[in-house]
Design a binder for this molecule. Sequence first.
Ligand SMILES: O=C1O[C@H](COP(=O)(O)O)[C@@H](O)[C@H](O)[C@H]1O
Length: 249
Amino acid sequence: MQNIHVSTYADLEALSLAAARCVIQAAHEAIADHGYFTIALSGGNTPKALYSLLAEEPYTSQIDWSKVEVFWSDERCVPPDSPDSCYRMAYDTLLGKVPLTEQQIHRVPAEQADRDAASQAYTDEMRRVFKTEGTPVFDLILLGMGPEGHTASLFPHQESLKEQVRLVMPVTVPKPPPPRLTFTPPVLNAAKHVLFLVTGKDKAEAVQAVLEGEYNPEEYPAQIVQPSNGDVTWLFDTGAASHLSQKAR
Ligand SMILES: O=C1O[C@H](COP(=O)(O)O)[C@@H](O)[C@H](O)[C@H]1O
């Protein structure tokens, strides 16, 4: 049974401070529970401020980085040094500034020409780290949402929305750069916590549809995220939340 929490902040800065507190709390709970913290990062622009905060005091010393394992919920099929790479963005803002070893950073090998093999290799890597033959249960998955309701790289009306077997799969999406690898619904819905960061008035309509509209994940893929044993937290800025009813904010 999932719990849904919704909070709205004045701007990206306030939202990012709240997100940093959520990440720190999830890390503390996970490390106290099983000794390490597994997190899947998102790409895009919105989480940059959060990643920068986590690399700075007073936040960075609140996380025991030696017990963190970092993955990504989606990746663009570009080399890791490309400005479009989700890995590079996270490395430049956070991962390169905190005491993590290379072994703790599990980059999606999305630049490989054989995208099915790359998806399988990433699945194998997750299963190795999580010591499971099944679906890994992430302590925290960070996600964003696009103005058309996409999340990770699950876009409206794509086959990926129906995927129930693969954990990671190649997709071609209508947003540059189109070739990507993405987590599939089973991974997102196995997580203990999912944290969405959503800003901007251009996303207000999709936010309202996802939270208050009828269930229609073909149109609004973010609705698919309903972890069976996890919590979902939505953090909005006032622009993104502007079409929500007062009660939901
Ligand atoms: O393409 C992507 O977009 C979403 C949303 O990004 P944002 O810049 O609008 O926050 C992101 O979560 C995803 O990881 C990324 O590949």
